[in-house]
Design a protein around this ligand. Structure first.
Ligand code: BEZ
Length: 216
């Protein structure tokens, strides 16, 4: 069954390049990103895995653990990892799940039979500390994902989870944000003493609270 925003991310136990993973235990109290790859020894996936390895520090800064999945066995992943390091200039530094029996792929609805009946699509699940799914993305096999965009959405997810704001189109960390419409003017005055620019009663723009913007 499809996994929807707000659902509890299904737990599983699987083998990975870093040993047996118990998914919820692996995530601990932090955020997580589970992302799938159609197949080992494929070009786009090779670049994606190297890119995420280079960004590991950025994910760690945000308290996010990343974990990849490809439907081939872990023994193949270890061989492929050598190619990733050679061609991308960066060794794998996070676990890559082997899923030859498609157990995790089925659990997360990563196989879309009308696209391909055996390989996974490029799925992304961002999971919060409460183990709920906060964001999903689905890309086809031939289109590599933009992992800078994934960092950007994590910034938004974390900001909007902890402050009563939403982020506008093309927002980047540090840009102005929008006060959520559910906050009354009185409540907004208490929460945002630095004020806001009211373009419409439902469109109130203010400084990003955790960047020196005045939020109580
Ligand atoms: C790739 O990762 O390059 C790829 C995988 C499956 C189909 C097409 C491309």
């Amino acid at each position: 069954m499809a996994i929807r925003l707000g659902d509890t991310a299904p737990d599983f136990t699987a083998e990975s390049t870093e040993g047996t993973i118990r998914f919820h235990e692996y995530l601990g109290d932090g955020w997580g990103i589970l992302f799938s790859h159609p197949k080992d020894f494929t070009p786009v996936c090779t670049t994606e895995l190297g890119t995420v390895a280079k960004l590991k520090g950025e994910f760690e800064k945000r308290n996010v653990k990343v974990i990849g999945l490809s439907v081939d066995p872990v023994s193949d992943h270890h061989e492929w990892a050598k190619d990733i390091e050679e061609t991308q200039g960066q060794a794998l530094n996070y676990p890559l799940i082997g899923d030859p029996d498609r157990k995790v792929a089925q659990l997360y609805d990563m196989i879309h039979p009308n696209a391909n009946d055996t390989l996974t699509v490029r799925s992304v699940f961002v999971i919060g500390p409460d183990k709920k799914v906060k964001l999903t993305l689905t890309y086809p096999a031939a289109t590599g994902r933009n992992f800078d965009e994934l960092l950007r959405v994590v910034d938004s997810l974390q900001l909007t989870a902890y402050h009563q704001v939403a982020t506008p189109a093309n927002w980047n960390d540090g840009d102005d944000v929008i006060i959520v419409p559910s906050l009354s003017t009185e409540q907004a005055k208490a929460k945002f003493p630095g004020g806001w620019n009211e373009l419409k009663p439902y469109l109130r723009v203010t400084k990003q609270p955790n960047k020196g913007g005045a939020a109580s």
